[in-house]
Design a protein around this ligand. Structure first.
Ligand SMILES: C[S@@+](CC[C@H](N)C(=O)[O-])C[C@H]1O[C@@H](n2cnc3c(N)ncnc32)[C@H](O)[C@@H]1O
Length: 210
């Protein structure tokens, strides 16, 4: 497997799961790798993606249990989502494919107490953002080298179909501003590898959506 920046953050995203089983939605699920991890944690998972080939690949990979996972081809900007329904909604490297205010649809779909976890892609805005990215480049090269060497030792990596990469990343300051406006109380933590982690827990006394 080539080094994958999104997979690298799976453990951090899984730590945000609310306790107990519940419904989860993975937006832009790609080949379903993270959705399967949610199912392995006992969640009842729906994975949605607009790309047929990825949805087919995700379905073919099955589900590990003990939770379940169902995939469907759907566009998060238009798909009717049950209101106040999900304990956990994740977006891994998919939010920058759609207008940022799509998070309001996800906000409304979360159950009170539910968690929205966005592993987003953004370009640096401030001096400290640039300093972090300065570290990302060599770290990225080293991580790729280590994974490549491991693959070679194991007889070479299988070719893997990759989801389309959309490199039009928003500036991190825009993400901070819009998150504060649309998801009051959310946090946006900058990460290496041109990523950020946006976390928002829907207040239990949040007015019902709809
Ligand atoms: C960079 S890939 C990330 C895939 C996966 N989440 C991962 O971490 O490997 C972005 C995914 O978002 C999907 N996507 C783009 N626009 C979408 C939309 N409007 N609704 C749902 N999925 C979308 C793409 O088809 C693609 O599979």
């Amino acid at each position: 497997m080539p080094f994958d920046h999104n997979h690298h953050y799976h453990p951090a995203l899984l730590r945000l799961l609310p306790p107990g089983p519940g419904r989860a939605l993975d937006v832009g699920c790609g080949d379903g790798r993270f959705a399967r991890r949610l199912a392995a944690a006992g969640m009842t998972v729906e994975g949605i993606d607009t790309w047929d080939e990825m949805v087919a690949r995700a379905i073919a990979a099955g589900s590990p249990g003990p939770g379940t996972v169902e995939y469907r081809r759907a566009d998060v900007t238009t798909e009717p989502l049950d209101l106040d329904a999900y304990a956990y909604i994740s977006c891994l490297a998919s939010l920058h494919h759609v207008p940022f205010d799509t998070v309001t649809r996800l906000r409304d779909a979360l159950a009170p107490g539910g968690v929205l976890a966005v592993l987003g892609c953004a370009r640096p805005s401030s001096l400290s953002d640039y300093a972090r990215e300065f570290v990302s480049a060599p770290t990225n090269a080293l991580a790729r080298l280590i994974v490549f060497a491991g693959d070679q030792l194991n007889g070479g990596a299988d070719p893997v179909a990759k989801a389309p990469v959309h490199m039009k990343f928003p500036p991190l300051n825009d993400v901070r501003r819009d998150a504060a406006r649309l998801l009051p109380g959310s946090t946006v933590r900058p990460l290496v590898f041109w990523r950020y982690l946006l976390t928002w827990r829907k207040p239990t006394d949040h007015p019902a959506a709809g």
